[in-house]
Design a protein around this ligand. Structure first.
Ligand SMILES: *Cc1c(COP(=O)(O)O)cnc(C)c1O
Length: 335
């Protein structure tokens, strides 16, 4: 199976009336910090509060008319996208999630009328449940990242980036299962082959990073993270997002929980933005000096805003945050 810019252009037409064309805005603070134009693609402004609506809508709109309903596994935002797109088409949706998914995300999905199944403590267990539902109940399964229509949908972000700033030299993409990074890299490199696309993950449980290193999909232990949307494996039978990320990403950089905490404060105090930990990994890498030879203009994708607001309050107040069985030491923001 191969994917090209044509699939991304088709996706852009398909999702036009469901997903918004998120604005690309400069961050004066981060531009000054790195000495280049630094731009934020505000996917937190999507109607479900995250970019995942793009891929989910492209997949749901392409289903045959006689489909019985849809199912998926999710770390939260994909389920929300699938629930939203399914509701728009009047379809039943069942979203399978592990117990690591924060309550704010589970509630958001229920509010869209989807059925929710909480199974196990890992994304792999949630995946097994959605595969069982697909088999036993004849529902169409929509992978959060390893599906050509989902990748093409997420790729519309790369297309819009290049339309808005044809001179972009570097794109920093939060990386988990790799649907976003694969789609964005595909679009950006088709239009501007010399541009650099870097994937960024948290340093604990970074499945794509470990898989690229190993040369094949590997399993990692899933742990609680401020970047909860970046948790979960890439699937041992990954067909698309793994080879695309392996072949198209120029680099994969890892950031710590402390670096994510600080970047969330930066985005809030400097750009006044409420965003999830997963969104700020590019900013975290920049602030931590992990992106030395950065060529500009630079853009990063602010992927979503579906935070637990109590945790968000703790972070912007400089308080400690409990993450699973560890306590992340808080620190007041200092520019
Ligand atoms: C899913 C998600 C990501 C990562 O996308 P992948 O396609 O899984 O790599 C990043 N940020 C947010 C907010 C997400 O929901």
């Amino acid at each position: 199976m191969s994917l090209s810019l044509a699939d991304i252009l088709a996706a852009a037409r398909t999702i036009r009336d469901v997903a918004v064309r998120a604005p690309l805005v400069p961050s004066p603070y981060l531009s000054a910090f790195c000495g280049q134009d630094f731009l934020l693609k505000l996917e937190n402004t999507q109607p479900i509060g995250a970019f995942k609506l793009r891929g989910a809508a492209n997949a749901v709109m392409n289903l045959p008319t006689d489909v019985k309903g849809v199912t998926c596994c999710s770390t939260g935002n994909h389920g929300r996208g699938v629930a939203y797109a399914a509701r728009a088409r009047g379809l039943r949706a069942v979203v399978c999630m592990s117990s690591l998914v924060p309550k704010a995300k589970v509630d958001g999905i229920r509010a869209l009328g989807a059925e929710v199944r909480i199974t196990g403590r890992s994304q792999d267990e949630a995946l097994a449940e959605s595969q069982r539902l697909a088999r036993d109940e004849g529902l169409a399964e929509i992978s959060p990242f390893d599906d050509p229509l989902v990748i093409a949908g997420q790729g519309t972000i790369g297309l819009e980036l290049m339309q808005d700033r044809p001179d972009l030299d570097t794109v920093l993409v939060p990386l988990s299962g790799g649907g976003l990074a694969a789609g964005v890299a595909l679009a950006v490199k088709a239009i501007r082959p010399d541009a650099t696309v870097i994937g960024i993950s948290m340093d604990r449980g970074a499945a794509m990073h470990a898989s690229i290193r190993a040369g094949h999909p590997v399993e990692v232990e899933e742990v609680a993270s401020l970047a909860d949307s970046l948790g979960g494996g890439i699937g041992s039978d990954n067909r698309l997002s793994f080879p695309l990320c392996r072949d198209l990403l120029d680099d994969v950089v890892l950031v710590t929980e402390e670096e994510i905490y600080r970047a969330m404060q930066t985005l809030f105090y400097e750009d006044r933005m409420v965003a999830e930990g997963a969104c700020v990994v590019g900013i975290a890498a920049l602030q931590a000096g992990k992106l030395p030879a950065l060529r500009g203009p630079v853009a990063t994708v602010i992927t979503g805003r579906n935070m637990d607001m109590e945790v968000f309050r703790q972070i912007v107040s400089g308080e400690d945050v409990i993450l699973g069985d560890v306590t992340l030491k808080g620190r007041p923001y200092a520019a």
